[in-house]
Design a protein around this ligand. Sequence first.
Ligand SMILES: NC(=O)C1=CN([C@@H]2O[C@H](COP(=O)(O)OP(=O)(O)OC[C@H]3O[C@@H](n4cnc5c(N)ncnc54)[C@H](O)[C@@H]3O)[C@@H](O)[C@H]2O)C=CC1
Ligand SMILES: O=C(O)C1=N[C@H](C(=O)O)C[C@H](O)C1
Length: 236
Amino acid sequence: MKIALIGYGKMGKAIEQIALGEGHTIDFIIKSPKDLAHLAPNSVDLAIEFTQPESAFQNLSHCLKNQIPVISGTTGWLDQLTEIETFCKEKNGTFLYASNFSIGVNLFFELNKWLAEKMAQLEFRPAIKEIHHTEKKDSPSGTAITLAEGITASHPLLTSWVNEESTDHKKLGIVSERIPNVPGTHTVSYSSPLESIEITHTAHNRSVFAQGVMKVGEWIHSKKGVFTMSDFINDN
Ligand SMILES: NC(=O)C1=CN([C@@H]2O[C@H](COP(=O)(O)OP(=O)(O)OC[C@H]3O[C@@H](n4cnc5c(N)ncnc54)[C@H](O)[C@@H]3O)[C@@H](O)[C@H]2O)C=CC1
Ligand SMILES: O=C(O)C1=N[C@H](C(=O)O)C[C@H](O)C1
């Protein structure tokens, strides 16, 4: 595939390494909004967007306007996701957003929803903790938000989440910790006075996200529509 990388930070570089190793070419590296003009129709087979919350919407709109299939892993811009998905459908384009491209985390999402349903009627209190590197701009992590949505959807009392420890029985607490060089650790726990359960996913290296991105990229680039990681996993 001919690939455009939008964003050339930690993830852009990790994806470049995996993509080149798999025989793809990196035809454009977009480092700022002024470089976007290079991405004209048919310039690449796929654009991969990992930037920052303030930039994702403009980058993705540009790709969709120019009929370039695009996948995004940028977190912290979910308030504009529906608008991008609608725009993709209007343009008959190709788009996938995932808060986390690790296949292990996406299985964790399934397990999380299953466990939340089982726990719904029991006297356990759920909580989420995420740990990331100190350069991370958003908090809580996109992955923690996906986990929280998976729990609140089936819990009879919890209606929303807060980014702190919660003593309010209607609010799910997400605690965020920042420690140098941690690629991403997420824990969902359920506690009662007599027992507790914890499920943790630990990313040992950013390559786990980059490998997921390339698998999804190969699968999606010749399809049309708005897709999710569940679509990818169910089709593979
Ligand atoms: N979905 C997933 O699996 C993963 C998502 N992420 C998310 O990806 C995003 C990027 O993460 P990192 O690469 O670690 O961050 P980073 O800070 O190392 O890199 C971001 C890069 O984007 C560049 N950038 C900012 N605005 C831009 C624009 N308008 N056009 C082009 N480049 C622009 C910055 O200069 C920087 O080089 C974050 O939102 C992070 O949360 C990170 C890892 C995995
Ligand atoms: O910023 C990161 O590094 C990560 N961001 C994603 C998130 O916000 O969940 C995915 C992963 O945890 C790494």
